[in-house]
Design a protein around this ligand. Sequence first.
Ligand SMILES: [Zn+2]
Length: 134
Amino acid sequence: MHELPIAQGILERVLKAAADANAARVTRIHIIIGDLSGVSAECVEFYWDSLSRGTPAHGATFHVRRVPFEMTCLDCANAFNPAGEALAYDCPACGSARVRTTHGQECCLEAIDIETPDDATPGRDPATEPRATP
Ligand SMILES: [Zn+2]
């Protein structure tokens, strides 16, 4: 179970971003999880509830973007998904074995959705609402 430190790391970044943006509340958290990272989004969410208690990020919903496994050939720059190729990670275009993993190991924060004190009542701010003329 390595989701606890991951959730803590995400929370730290979320709170910093929220403070920088003068957020009253964090409504949604967008995270990227690579297929190879072995991270369970459900586990991160599970820890989130207790970790974020008392912070503006408590109660935020999660949006997870899965990133598929991708390798890139160092010789011809071909990018390919080796899934199902029986662990033979040679470049299908030129046959080179000089390949590296370029996607799939990520686990990071992509963005957050926030409410600022100003949009506490969206669309109902009398200062911005067009006034009815009698
Ligand atoms: Zn190649």
